[in-house]
Design a protein around this ligand. Structure first.
Ligand code: IMP
Ligand code: MG
Length: 190
């Protein structure tokens, strides 16, 4: 699928990871999770909205008893840089006690969101808690987080597609794209 007609004026999309590569990698991650959790059942805890598409694909690839839960985390708004503050929603009503939990993220950038989430989740009594992210950015000033399953390491560029957005747009792209802005179409402050 092309991207013609999808990008807004002044915004440019360049393919970084194709649909076929995403599919292959999701399969590989599923096989690794099946090996690591053989004989058990897993709970995929999905961070909305960005990880929703990844989660739907991974869940269908997993040949294990699996359940799925959703939480909300936001640190971005319409900016392309992390604010460093993370708001979580929906964690209160999910019971993780005694469960093997895999937290599913779309992307670990500074690592602030993932670290905060992992710390909060650990206190809710899961038997086991692992982080799975589709993408990890190579950034200079990231905080340390242990990633058990990682799809791709990517350059420090803003990406959209396969669930990931810019100002809520582009989630419907089937691949992952680098989003760049024309010189007079940059978001405020950049
Ligand atoms: P962090 O707290 O800086 O690691 O940011 C993590 C969250 O920011 C991710 O879960 C994404 O929702 C969002 N994010 C970071 N980089 C990008 C990007 O390049 N495109 C879209 N969302 C991003
Ligand atoms: Mg996110």
């Amino acid at each position: 699928m092309g991207t013609i007609g999808l990008s807004a004026p002044g915004e440019r999309l360049d393919l970084l990871i194709s649909e076929a590569r995403l599919r292959r990698r999701v399969r590989e991650l599923a096989r690794r999770i099946e090996r690591d959790y053989a004989g058990r059942s897993v709970t995929l805890l999905v961070v909305l909205k960005g990880a929703a598409i990844f989660a739907a694909d991974l869940l269908r690839e997993l040949a294990l008893p699996a359940t799925i839960e959703f939480i909300g985390a936001s640190s971005y708004g319409a900016e392309t840089r992390s604010s460093g503050r993370v708001a979580l929603r929906g964690l209160g009503r999910i019971d993780l006690r005694g469960r093997d939990v895999i937290l599913l993220e779309d992307i670990v950038d500074s690592g602030l969101t993932a670290r905060k989430l992992m710390n909060r989740l650990r206190r809710r009594g899961p038997v086991n808690l692992a982080l799975c992210t589709l993408l990890r950015k190579r950034v200079a000033n990231g905080v340390p987080v242990t990633i058990a399953y990682q799809g791709f390491e990517i350059p420090d560029r803003f990406v959209v597609g396969y669930g990931m957005d810019y100002a809520e747009r582009y989630r419907n792209l089937r691949g992952v794209y680098i989003l760049s802005f024309g010189c007079d179409a940059r978001p405020a402050g950049h």
